[in-house]
Design a binder for this molecule. Sequence first.
Ligand code: HEC
Ligand code: HEC
Length: 385
Amino acid sequence: MGDRRLIFQTMESGVIKSYIWTFINRFLHYFLILTFALSYLSADIDTLFLVHIVCGVLFGAGVILRVIWGFIGTKHSRFWDFNYRGILEYLTSILGNKKHYIGHNPASSVAIILMLGFGFLVVFSGLLQYGAEQNSGIFAPLFFTYSYFYMGDDLHEFFANCLLFIVAIHFCGSLIDKFWSKGDAIDSMLNGYKRTQKDESVSLNPAQKAIFAFFLLFLFALFLYLLYPKNILLRSSAQDFFTQDSNKTAFGEYKQECGSCHIAYAPFLLPKSAWDSMMSDLENHFGDDASLEEETHARIAAFLEKYASDVVDTKFTQQKESQQIAITKTPYWEIAHRKLNPKIFTTKAIKSKANCQTCHKDAESGIFAKNAVEYFKLKSLRENL
Ligand code: HEC
Ligand code: HEC
C-alpha cells in the first residue's frame, strides 16, 4: 500500500499541485498547537490557572476530534492512509534525497500518532489529578479515594513534556523539510496544496462538510460552556460531600454551631486526634467559649471523626504527623503558604490565617484548588502592604 503513494523523488520535475489538506485538517492542526501552547505556558502561572485548564480541555477536545477525523476524514487524514513503513529509511535520509509523500511522511505519521496518544494522556491525567486532588471537575468523586488514583505529583507534567518533546522533533523535521530538502510540508499546512505528479486533490463530501460544521460548533459551544463558572468539567464542585452523609443532621448542626464565628472547616483538614482534643476542651477554644449541649456535642464529634484526615482517604491524609489542633499550625498548612508574606494575614481584608475563605472561594467545601484562589485580591493586598 504505502509504496504506491511514493509518487516521485524530490527533485523530479513535471509536477502539479493537488489540494491535500482541506481546511479542517489545517484548522485542527493550528487549534491543537494554539491550545497546547497556551495551556503549557500558563501551567505555572497561578493567576492564569483558568487559562491552563480551559485550554487543556479544549486541546483534549481537539485531540478527540482529530482522532474521529482519522477515521472518517479525507483520504490522507485517515490513520490507515498514513505512511508508517519506511520510517528508518526516511529518518536516515533526512538530510539527503528523501522520498516525497503525498500524505504524511513516515516521521510525521508516527509523530502524529504519538502526539495524539500523549495528548490524550496529558489531558486525562490532568483531569484525574484535578479531581482526586482538588475535588474538582468530572473526576471530583475520586476525591475520597485519593491514594488509588495518586499517580505521583509529576505524571501529568511528564506526559506534557513527552508531548512537547515530540512536537519539537516534529517541528524541527518540518523545518528541515522546508529549508534543507525544499519540501512543501509546511506550506501545505498553510495553503493545503502539495506538489504531486497527477491530480490527487481531495474534497469534502457533504457528510464530511456537515461533520466539520459540527466540529466547529462543538468547539465553540464547549469554549462558551467552559467560561460558565459551574461547568461540570472544571468546577470546583462546591458539591457538598457531606450532604450524602447518612447523618445529615450532624452536618447541619456542625455548620450552624461551628460555623458561626468562623467557617465550618472541612473535617478532613485535621486528624482524628486533633478533633478529639479540640472537642474535649471547647470551653477554652482559642480564647472563646464554644461549648455545646451534650447531645449536639456528641453528634458533631462523631461527624468530625468520621471525616477526619486520617480516616478518609484524601490528599490531606498524606500530612505529616503533628500534635497541632489548629489547621494553620500544621506543617502541611505552613508549607502550602510559605510563599505568602506573613503580613498579609494581618491586613484588614484577611484579619487571620484562619479566615481561609478570604483567599479560598470555596474553603467551606474544603476546596483549595488554584482556580478557587483569589489571586487578584491577594495581588492588590500585596501591593498595599
Ligand atoms: C464563639 C466562637 C467560636 C465558635 C462557636 C467556634 N470557634 Fe473555632 N475558633 C474560634 C476562634 C476565635 C478561633 C481562632 C481563630 C484565629 O486563629 O483567627 C477558632 C479556631 C478554630 C480552629 C483552628 C483554625 C486555625 O487557625 O487553623 C478550628 C479547627 C476550629 N476553630 C474548629 C471549631 C469547631 C469544630 C467548632 C465547633 C465545635 C468551633 N470551632 C466553634 C472561635 C469559635
Ligand atoms: C491570605 C490568603 C490565604 C489564606 C487566609 C489561606 N490561604 Fe490557603 N493558600 C493561599 C495561597 C495563595 C495558596 C497557594 C496556592 C498555590 O499553590 O498557588 C494556598 C494554598 C493552600 C493549600 C494548598 C493547595 C494545594 O492544592 O496544594 C491548602 C490546602 C490551603 N491553602 C488551605 C488553607 C486553609 C485550610 C486555610 C484556612 C485555615 C487557608 N488556606 C488560608 C492563600 C491563603
